[in-house]
Design a binder for this molecule. Structure first.
Ligand SMILES: [Mg+2]
Length: 171
């Protein structure tokens, strides 16, 4: 039960993930969440080493795309700054937004990894389409009020997965 909410791997930070290892797994494209994954929630403060990591990932040949439920305008400002394609107002976990992101990446689900800090949007959405999902610890405790409510259920889910040995370290 709840398998669709269980990430394939868990990492503390983006920079803990080795892009070359993703390539070795057959991953060619990354769908990246924005808030509390690349930047602190609703800011343009990048997590430590995030911009360098994105460059490294690109050098490994990975295609990148940002997929966010935040407004299209805000997402555009960041995608332009980073020179990475992206989609805002995505309504994750809606499958259509993930499929659109894959179109931008030019990848199939089995070649795509989703990296994000939420089980119910990033992980669930990616798992449903058969992508490789990596859960990250949120960069900041600040978030949308509704997200904070959802966190209670997420904590319960994580406990459930942990007690069954379903959570794996990254890669
Ligand atoms: Mg997020």
């Amino acid at each position: 039960m709840f398998e669709k909410f269980c990430p394939r791997a868990v990492a503390h930070t983006l920079t803990e993930i080795e892009p070359a290892m993703l390539v070795e797994r057959g991953i060619r494209g990354l769908i990246l969440d924005l808030d509390n994954t690349l930047v602190k929630w609703n800011t343009r403060h990048y997590g430590q080493g995030v911009r360098r990591w994105l460059e490294r990932a690109r050098k490994e040949g990975l295609e990148l795309c940002i997929l966010s439920n935040s407004t299209a305008k805000r997402v555009r400002a960041i995608t332009e700054e980073l020179n990475i394609p992206g989609l805002g107002s995505a309504v994750k976990p809606w499958g259509r937004s993930f499929r659109k992101a894959m179109e931008l990446l030019g990848t199939k689900p089995e070649e795509t990894a989703v990296l994000g800090d939420q089980l119910l949007t990033d992980v669930y959405g990616g798992n449903r389409l058969g992508m490789y999902t990596i859960l990250l610890i949120p960069l900041s405790e600040k978030e949308l009020f509704t997200t904070r409510l959802v966190r209670t259920f997420e904590r319960w889910l994580l406990k459930y997965f942990r007690s069954r040995g379903m959570l794996k370290g990254v890669i």
